[in-house]
Design a binder for this molecule. Structure first.
Ligand code: SAH
Length: 256
């Protein structure tokens, strides 16, 4: 895979621009030059081979050579509601969630949770998403949602998704024993804070299947990643779906 860059404006014509952190990364870290071939993506599901045509203060200009719809997404739409841990562990969680194919991450406000990310912190999480998408080859971005109370998340998830609440203990069903729906569906997972969900939260979690991820107590981010890996790996071994397949190649038409 050639060097990938994220264009924050949708790519529609035969030119594109990299600005801000992306331009800086290309110029200062990767020492890209005029004439270099790279791959762009804009989060809309396609990727675009492109050539650098100019570099300057305002950014990097590119000629877009083609548009390819390439999906490296999971068949299952996985939403992770997580009472976020702090600092670096947040970053690790976001990075692994992107690599494993999670569709969206909802910071959960829980009774025993610590402080919630403010706008600046959410912005940092979104930057980690882009970095991980560049590295892992995803052409869609994991969505970082606004923080939500656990009750509200439950109501929203109840519309379509199969709901799993991770909770240690003998009352929970081991995840391997859970009858899951087929891969083409939506799953919402809830992971509590270090102090765990309260009895009140558990009692209110109507319609959620309480699952155990093993006999050990996992850190919040480990539990979230273990759940994501469960869906990611089952997708990886499913025959008849080739995540790397180029579904359609279409030349970019200019000036029309
Ligand atoms: N003392 C807390 C542990 C919290 S661990 C308690 O007993 O509930 C933080 C979160 O990670 C939990 O709320 C749960 O969602 C998840 N988790 C950790 N270990 C788990 C396990 N073995 N099985 C299921 N969920 C687990």
């Amino acid at each position: 895979m050639s060097r990938r860059f994220f264009a924050d404006e949708p790519i529609i014509g035969d030119t594109a621009q990299l600005t801000g952190a992306e331009a800086e990364h290309a110029v200062k870290v990767l020492r890209a030059k005029v004439g270099d071939l790279v791959t762009l993506f804009d989060g809309g599901g396609a990727e675009f081979p492109a050539r650098i045509t100019a570099m300057g203060r305002s950014g990097v200009a590119l000629a877009v050579l083609a548009r390819r719809e390439v999906s490296r997404e999971l068949a299952t739409e996985v939403t992770l509601g997580v009472a976020l841990p702090k600092g670096d562990r947040q970053r690790w969680l976001v990075e692994k969630a992107v690599e494993l194919g999670v569709s969206s991450l909802v910071p959960l406000i829980t009774q025993r949770g610590v402080a919630q990310p403010n706008e600046a912190a959410l912005g940092r999480l979104r930057r980690y998403v882009i970095e991980a998408a560049k590295q892992s080859g995803r052409n869609r971005l994991l969505q970082i949602a606004a923080p939500q109370a656990f009750a509200g998340f439950g109501r929203q998830a109840s519309r379509a998704a199969f709901r799993i609440l991770a909770h240690p203990g003998l009352d929970s069903v081991p995840i391997a024993e859970l009858a899951l729906p087929g891969p083409a569906g939506a799953v919402s997972c809830a992971v509590g804070p270090e102090g765990g969900f309260t009895d009140e939260e558990l009692a209110a979690a109507d319609g959620w299947r309480r699952v155990s991820l093993g006999l050990r107590i996992l850190r919040v981010e480990t539990a979230a990643v273990a759940l994501a890996a469960w869906f990611s790996l089952r997708d990886a071994i499913r025959p008849g779906r080739e995540p790397q397949t180029v579904a359609g190649t279409q030349n970019v038409t200019s000036g029309e």
